[in-house]
Design a protein around this ligand. Sequence first.
Ligand code: 5GP
Length: 118
Amino acid sequence: MAYDNNNVFAKILRGEIPCNKVYEDDHTLAFHDIAPQAPVHVLVIPKGAYLSMDDFTARAGDAEIAALFRAVSTVAKMVGVSEDGWRLLSNIGANGGQEVPHLHVHIFGGKRLGRMVP
Ligand code: 5GP
């Protein structure tokens, strides 16, 4: 599957639609999910055009990969979930339930989360 430049996160990255930004650096953007599934629900995305984690680790440079994971921890601290615990999730492809075809990781927190069962 080819990367679709018209996906909603590509539009957010181009500034064509707004987002509630939490954090940004050279490689990464984080913003609140539009339909939060927990008291804290933030999405962290690479600025590069990557479909999924598999695509990202295959094509991205080490600096981009490191930046994404460092940003995740930075954002968790910024939104106040670090101390009590939180969940990191990335849906990948059709079976994984990925709706937006631009790599994103979800940060969930702010309450005791239920156990995740497929
Ligand atoms: P997925 O199911 O692909 O892992 O998650 C996509 C996430 O993107 C969903 O949680 C959905 O609520 C969120 N989302 C979809 N469109 C927008 C949008 O325009 N802005 C924001 N902030 N989040 C969005």
